[in-house]
Unconditional design. Structure first.
Length: 174
């Protein structure tokens, strides 16, 4: 699949990493003509974990989460697991006529089932909390680990189209 069709040149996004005077790392987004598009959303990382703060330039939780957040944001709707529809789980519906006595179905367009009627998404080729598995460790090595750790102001910028070009050919199934 050619991921580059996902973004027309005029719809490209520029991700910008800055450090405030207090050393806080922030990633914002702009259109190519400089219109501010807000802060990069944190990728979901499971029900039991706090969304962390982003970081770069060293190995750790923050840089790992930034790697994943950038990849998932760049993929957009192509990052959503199509088995569970992005929920990370499936509804268990009793169907006595089937061999197992039940079927699993997506509840993406309906209410979240209670714990007795919900199982984690069974997608065999990788579903991470409702998103397709992305090669975050390689992206960390190629980009996030290389961005400067210290300083203030703008530290790096990266285009969405460049992220998608990097993803192309890495067996990311969308
Ligand atoms: Zn899934």
């Amino acid at each position: 699949m050619d991921l580059l069709h996902l973004v027309a040149p005029a719809d490209d996004i520029v991700y910008i990493g800055r450090r405030t005077s207090r050393g806080e790392a922030v990633v914002t987004m702009e259109s190519v003509d400089g219109t501010e598009l807000g802060q990069l959303p944190n990728a979901p990382t499971g029900r039991d974990r706090w969304p962390g703060s982003v970081e770069w330039g060293y190995g750790g939780q923050g840089p790992r989460e930034l790697s994943r957040s950038l990849l998932l944001h760049a993929l957009g709707s192509a990052a959503v697991c199509h088995t569970c529809g992005g929920t990370g789980g499936m509804r268990v519906r009793a169907v006595p006529a089937t061999p197992d006595g039940y079927v699993l179905e997506s509840y993406a367009d309906g209410p979240v089932p209670d714990a007795d009627h919900r199982v984690d998404c069974p997608r065999y080729d990788g579903c991470e909390w409702g998103n397709v598995a992305v090669p975050g460790a390689q992206f960390f090595d190629d980009y996030v680990a290389r961005w400067p750790k210290g300083g203030t102001g703008e530290q790096w910028r990266l285009r969405r189209s460049e992220v998608l070009a990097w993803l192309r050919g890495r067996a990311v199934v969308a």
